[in-house]
Design a protein around this ligand. Structure first.
Ligand code: PLP
Length: 393
């Protein structure tokens, strides 16, 4: 019944776990959800107030397809302020979330016979964005001990005449890894040498804890670098669906053609709120970041106190990606743990703790825990995880 392209899309593992959490809750279970990919903080009040103003003052109609001019100007102001990047509104297109921006850009540039490089462990959606265009995702290895920076020898081997682009994501979902400047420079150099598009997904840019975030495009004026950012994680605005890119004008025009015939434009009220988010007070961003940093330190410390768990300190985002390979082949209740998924399922079944197993991100040795949850919830979760793992035989 379906067109072939639908078969090329996998259901999102993280959304599946969200559904599992809802199912357990409906059975009256006290669920601890560590699978969420969104801040547990409310959207800041000044942003909500801007949306209310928009609704009461007629900003409730279609906007230009690539977003309101005032918002594209605000994006440029933000890119200058936070990232020291100089773009004009002609370089900006606003879409319905960062996911939509990535989807549109892939649709605009990639097609059958193209290869697009991503790094494992990868965000679950990257392979699908690529496959649905007919292109092939090509997976390159990374170094877990060095914030999951690329294995450049592997990268060299994987670039072919068909390679059309590279997608990078630092800070990373699922690992939280933040690449050093040198890794960024090397990637840009390779992209430029082979004339490849370089998509830099920077949606976690404000959640970098031990270093100063530098946007990929600040390292070079190579014109095939495309910067992807989003209001979702920075401003706790996941439901508002506002993301944007900064890149070449001809790319923006192509994406705008596609967007005009799919969603027409992003939501007008959310766009108005996004202007306030981007150029209004940034106080809440710092408050959320401090809370996340404290939780990261707590979660990593607690995980490393558990025998058989090894967790590197991630430099950013709100995920940890502990290595649990020493637990494979152990058992609970006569059930053998062969895979990270078995471990995740054990945690759900025994303690109603929802995590995401590494397989969906391309890893057979890890699970992903989000620390976008309160200190009390995290403490309870970590105690239960320790208990569960200590009881494995
Ligand atoms: C790496 C990465 N990129 C992009 C997104 C898209 O976020 P949104 O569509 O809410 O802007 C996410 C969300 O989880 C993400 O983790």
């Amino acid at each position: 019944m379906y067109a072939k392209r639908i078969h090329r899309i996998q259901p999102s593992a993280t959304l599946e776990m969200t559904a599992k959490a809802a199912e357990l809750r409906s059975q009256g279970k006290d669920v601890i959800n560590l699978s969420v990919g969104e801040p547990d903080f409310p959207t800041p009040k000044n942003i909500c107030d801007a949306a209310i103003y928009a609704m009461e003052n007629g900003y409730t109609k279609y906007t230009p397809g690539l977003g309101m001019m005032e918002l594209r100007v605000a994006v440029c102001e933000k890119l200058k302020r936070d990232n020291n990047l100089n773009y004009s509104p002609d370089n900006i297109i606003v879409s319905c979330g960062g996911k939509h921006s990535l989807y549109n850009a892939c649709q605009t540039l990639f097609e059958k016979n193209d290869e697009v490089i991503i790094f494992t462990p990868y965000w679950v959606s990257f392979p699908d964005f690529i496959s649905v265009t007919g292109a092939t995702p090509v997976i390159v290895q990374t170094d877990p001990t060095q914030q999951y920076e690329p294995d450049f020898d592997d990268l060299k081997k994987k670039i072919t005449n068909n390679t059309k682009g590279i997608i990078i994501n630092s800070p990373s979902n699922p690992t939280g890894g933040v690449w050093r400047d040198n890794a960024m420079k090397k990637i840009i150099e390779m992209a430029q040498t082979h004339n490849l598009w370089l998509f830099s997904d920077e949606c976690y840019e404000q959640l970098v804890y031990d270093t100063t975030f530098k946007s990929c495009a600040t390292f070079s004026n190579y014109d095939k670098i495309v910067t992807f950012q989003s209001c979702s994680k920075t401003y706790a605005m996941t439901g508002w669906r506002i993301g944007y890119i900064a890149g070449r004008e001809d790319l923006v025009k192509g994406m705008s053609r596609l967007q005009g015939q799919s969603t027409s434009c992003p939501n007008s009220i959310a766009q108005y709120a996004a202007i306030e988010a981007l150029i209004g007070s940034q106080n809440q961003v710092q408050i959320m970041k401090s809370a996340f940093q404290k939780r990261r330190d707590f979660v990593v410390k607690k995980l490393n106190e558990i025998d058989g768990v090894n967790c590197n300190l991630p430099g950013g985002a709100f995920y940890v990606f502990p290595n649990i390979s020493q637990l494979l082949n152990k058992q609970f209740n006569n059930t053998k743990i062969n895979t990270p998924n078995d471990l995740s399922m054990g945690l759900v079944n025994e303690y109603s703790i929802i995590t995401v197993s590494g397989e969906s991100f391309g890893s057979d040795n890890n699970i992903r825990l989000s620390y976008a949850a309160s200190d009390t919830i995290l403490e309870d979760a970590l105690n239960k995880i320790k208990l569960f793992i200590n009881n494995l035989i």
